[in-house]
Design a binder for this molecule. Sequence first.
Ligand SMILES: NC(=O)c1ccc[n+]([C@@H]2O[C@H](COP(=O)([O-])OP(=O)(O)OC[C@H]3O[C@@H](n4cnc5c(N)ncnc54)[C@H](O)[C@@H]3O)[C@@H](O)[C@H]2O)c1
Length: 253
Amino acid sequence: MTSPRIVLVTGAGIGIGRATAEAFAAAGDHVVVTDVLETDGREVVAGIEAAGGSAEFLRLDVTSTEAADALVADVEARHGAIDVIVANAGIAHRVPLSEMTDAKWDHTFDVDLKGILRVVRPALPGMRARRSGAIVCLSSIMGVAYGWDEHVHYSAAKSGVVGLVRGLAVELAREGIRVNGVAPGYIRTAQLLSEKNSLGPAGAEKAAEFIPMGRLGEPGDIADVILFLASQGARYLTGQTLTVDGGLLVGRY
Ligand SMILES: NC(=O)c1ccc[n+]([C@@H]2O[C@H](COP(=O)([O-])OP(=O)(O)OC[C@H]3O[C@@H](n4cnc5c(N)ncnc54)[C@H](O)[C@@H]3O)[C@@H](O)[C@H]2O)c1
């Protein structure tokens, strides 16, 4: 039997990150569940272990370079490698342009875009040395296709993720490291259901009506695609950001 892969997931206490952690664990990998939400993160680990899987929780705020560097070093020291990174942590704050300060703009970019680089960067020497690694980054339909009013910083950061994925993919392609992205549509999580910052419950149900597949996405719908992107089945796939939206972008005209 080959040893389990070591999979690091950011923002894995709830939502898409949680479903992703559970999916990798169910596939037999050891999952490093990280988040700023400590209680939720520990619950995810307890659930994985109760189901017979392997996981651990480590607190990580992706806005801290020192913390990301230290966490990657610690995981590599204890497990010997990080095989897969799912850079999922994200925020989507509603900010009308009239209230868009530098600080609000920078905060979203710090989490949603630079937060990815912070976690990937320290893991690259190890991945390069082993000539092996898979990285999956979370973008959004608001980054690959739509403009989102009162979320200009979010759309811009999520578009930035597409460029980050492309650049990393090309620079790392000859070193056995693949980098891809996922752009979810409307997925039933705390982010989407927030009345203050996104569609809210009623808006989400309304959106379900014009999604060609006739329903909102569930976190597991995204997790399964992330699992595929990190698998051998995707061995010739790099630099792409896949839209996973129940047909929304191609069907809304
Ligand atoms: N839900 C959707 O419809 C949707 C659509 C498109 C893209 N996305 C993206 O998917 C990813 C996951 O979103 P979700 O819907 O599960 O959202 P969510 O709000 O349910 O979860 C986001 C997670 O990120 C974590 N996080 C936030 N700031 C952090 C920080 N500084 N450091 C570490 N962790 C931090 C949160 O604690 C939480 O666990 C995000 O990048 C989001 O932008 C979601």
